[in-house]
Design a protein around this ligand. Sequence first.
Ligand SMILES: [Fe+2]
Length: 231
Amino acid sequence: MHASPIALTVRRRQLRQGLAAAVAWIGLPLWHTARAQAAATPLPAVSEGPFYPAERWRLARGRDWDADLTQVAGIATAARGEHLALLLRVVDIRGRAVDGHTIEIWQCDAAGQYHHARTEGSAGDRDPGFQGFGAARTAADGSVRLRTIKPVPYPGRTPHIHVKLLAPGGRGEWTSQLFVAGTAANDRDFLWRQLGVDERRALAIALEPAPVPGQQAGLRWQSTHTLVLPG
Ligand SMILES: [Fe+2]
């Protein structure tokens, strides 16, 4: 007995749907596994460098050190450079959100100058509109929103953002550096060259053009990146 054209059409449709479901079923766990492996690389330790602004110095300066590094209290002009919205999310090794941890970042300004006790008063172009350092505490979903500038190179280094994770109550501290994915100068950077493939993936932030300026006027780039709390 031959199946009617309508029955054949229905069967073909069922076959296609079944195939799609099978691909989704097989593909989803693979995708999750790959993602979990990539995300499970604990934050690699990278040198703090010589320009971490000590808390005592920060307090003595009396400036604001909030999560927006592109605006400094009392300074009318915004930071020079290309502004970057940086959404960082902290998870543990199992992918669970880590809240109540402090994320600190610091980097040089658009002129390549760090804002630090060692560089204070030194000659050279400095950007008073750039905070140089900022901090925020992770929310319940493990995320913090920071606004800074796209890091620029300075002699001997590829563009990078220093980062420090601090557990509450002094229960832990992890220091590293974030690099910009796809930057050619990374391959010549002595610290980047010491990192393995997974470590590079864990530390390379991908920059995307920010949406058309509106509420976030002047924003040029955005990036979302996950940091895995070691151990
Ligand atoms: Fe640095």
